[in-house]
Write a protein that binds this ligand. Structure first.
Ligand code: NAD
Ligand code: FES
Length: 273
């Protein structure tokens, strides 16, 4: 059992949960995730390890309440426990010193991007982060990212905070300015966003890493649920990823697989199971 130490709502339906998990806190690296189950019989949910403190033995998870399983997790109060937290799983982010790096986070994807940006900055890269959301209340972790990023740029679709527009407009302006063109881009967010980012960076030949979130069942490479096509080859996001060369990802196939369980999830939500 893994004790929940803190549970706070940081944006509509998005919780930051601090969990006591000393072994994972020590072993984890940026980019890795855990499979979490609130209680016996519940669905296992893959969650990026948002942060870790090995001295305190804690990990931070960002959980968006979207389905039955995530709803159970976010309802846990401090002092209660999660049945299973298995990990760390997945390949860590490949951290190099590229120099100027731009990290792009779309909506909830910013929570997945956060540990990557932190590790990139710790390795000596100059990190500029662009975070986008539909509206101001959906912009997350701006202050936390500002602690180690060179700059944090905000975009909102409705113009309620930062620059009005998509993250891609801001990225394009950084790429086109002579003193801010990145040598590498990292992008995490909804599939259309990651696809748009990779289309943009491809035209400037800027290497781009994306973190994919296909449906995962076991998280250990056994079930095939998280299969994605990368450069025409089948890969499992849970063991080969979740990060991949964005210019090689079949985003169309990924979007199709993500839609497979929509009806089932909706039925569970309506029935409360
Ligand atoms: P959203 O749809 O509100 O989009 C967030 C921002 O992404 C927008 O404000 C915009 O700046 C950018 N964006 C969206 N579509 C774009 C496009 N076509 N072109 C350019 N930029 C675009 O995001 P949300 O509702 O927070 O995200 C939900 C989705 O994100 C879910 O589908 C979820 O599965 C996915 N997600 C992915 C990851 C991951 O690891 N890749 C992590 C968490 C969530
Ligand atoms: Fe089963 Fe990846 S989740 S193979």
């Amino acid at each position: 059992m893994f004790t929940v130490l803190r549970n706070e709502l940081i944006a509509p339906r998005l919780h930051r949960i601090l969990v006591l998990a000393p072994r994972i806190a020590t072993a984890r690296q940026a980019g890795q995730f855990v499979m979490v189950r609130a209680s016996e019989g519940e669905e296992r949910i893959p969650l990026t390890i948002g942060d870790a403190d090995s001295a305190q033995g804690t990990i931070t998870l960002f959980v968006q309440a979207i389905g039955a399983g995530t709803q159970k997790i976010v309802s846990l109060q401090p002092g209660s426990s999660l049945q299973d937290v298995a990990g760390p799983l997945g390949m860590p982010t490949e951290i190099e010193t590229w120099g100027r790096v731009v990290c792009v986070g779309g909506g909830v994807g910013t929570a997945v991007l956060y540990p990557m940006a932190k590790a990139l900055a710790a390795a000596g890269n100059s990190v500029t982060t662009i975070i986008g959301g539909r509206t101001k209340s959906l912009i997350i972790l701006a202050d936390e990212l500002a602690e180690f990023c060179q700059a944090v740029r905000i975009t909102t679709d409705d113009g309620s905070a930062g620059t009005k527009g998509f993250v891609t407009s801001e990225l394009k302006s950084l790429i086109e300015a002579p003193d801010s063109r990145p040598s590498t881009v990292f992008a995490v967010g909804p599939v259309p966003m990651m696809r748009a980012v990779t289309e943009l960076t491809r035209s400037y030949a800027i290497p781009t890493v994306v973190s994919l979130n296909p449906i995962m069942i076991d998280g250990t490479g056994m079930c095939g649920g998280c299969r994605v096509q990368i450069g025409g080859e089948a890969k499992f996001a849970c063991v080969d990823g979740p990060e991949f060369d964005g210019h090689l990802v079949d985003f169309e196939g990924l979007a199709k697989r993500l839609r497979m369980y929509e009806k089932h999830e909706e039925a569970c939500r309506l029935s409360g199971n």
